[in-house]
Design a protein around this ligand. Structure first.
Ligand code: DHB
Ligand code: MG
Length: 219
């Protein structure tokens, strides 16, 4: 096989079919998101399952998500924390939050999910921790602010997942003017330099192109 974006997407779809399978609630959430005209930038199915597996591996019960969008990743996280768990998710756009609320409720995990509407920078100082896992998937320009809050609202052992660290390889450009790439590079530098974190990153190829996630531990 030639390594092309189409081949990556086909292999990713195969992995999702094999490891995730048909999931009516998640598919309905994606359909509602599409129907409402939200951007189709949710995590891939295998990425959602990665969040679930990390949540369960770490035994996380209190999860913070920054960037709800249509609630697709939120449903993965809410299922993973179990019936005694809790997810707080922050969404800047009230319209997105309404779509997410309906999909999360329809998925049967609404009682575990609190959606806080507002920009992360404004909402985070009003949120009470601690959180066992933090998923950061919002405006990339604010990554360092979100990582700082993740550390402050976390505890030793808190897992942090930072989405979209690959950006089609643009992360190597130290002269970039793309604010999302600058924000991504700033976040990665913080994860490397700030002694509160111990981090690694995985590049991914698939239905979302060439991208990746950073996975960090609060030490
Ligand atoms: C973008 C944001 C995301 O969270 C994502 O997963 C993919 C792309 C973006 O803003 O470009
Ligand atoms: Mg993302």
């Amino acid at each position: 096989m030639d390594s092309t974006p189409d081949a990556w997407a086909a292999a990713d779809t195969y992995l999702a079919d094999t490891l995730v399978g048909h999931d009516p609630a998640l598919e309905a959430a994606l359909e509602a998101q599409r129907a409402a005209g939200l951007p189709e930038i949710e995590v891939a199915p295998v990425g959602g399952k990665l969040l679930s597996v990390l949540t369960r591996m770490s035994g996380a019960r209190r999860v913070l998500e920054i960037g709800t969008l249509g609630g697709y990743s939120t449903i993965w996280l809410a299922r993973a924390v179990g019936p005694e768990g809790h997810v707080v998710t922050i969404e800047a756009e009230a319209g997105n939050a309404a779509v997410a609320r309906a999909s999360i409720d329809a998925a049967g995990v609404g009682d575990r999910v609190e959606i806080r509407i507002g920009r992360g920078e404004q909402v985070l100082p009003t949120i009470e921790g601690p959180f066992d896992l933090v998923f950061i998937d919002a405006d990339k320009e604010s990554n360092t602010i979100y990582l700082d809050w993740a550390a402050r609202l976390g505890h030793p052992g808190t897992v942090i997942v930072l989405d979209n660290i690959g950006r089609e390889g643009e992360i190597v450009r130290d002269d970039t003017t793309d604010s999302k790439v600058i924000g991504t590079r700033d976040g990665l530098r913080m994860l490397g330099e700030d002694p509160r974190f111990d981090a690694t990153a995985l590049q991914t190829v698939g239905v979302k192109g060439w991208d990746g996630v950073a996975i960090a531990l609060v030490v």
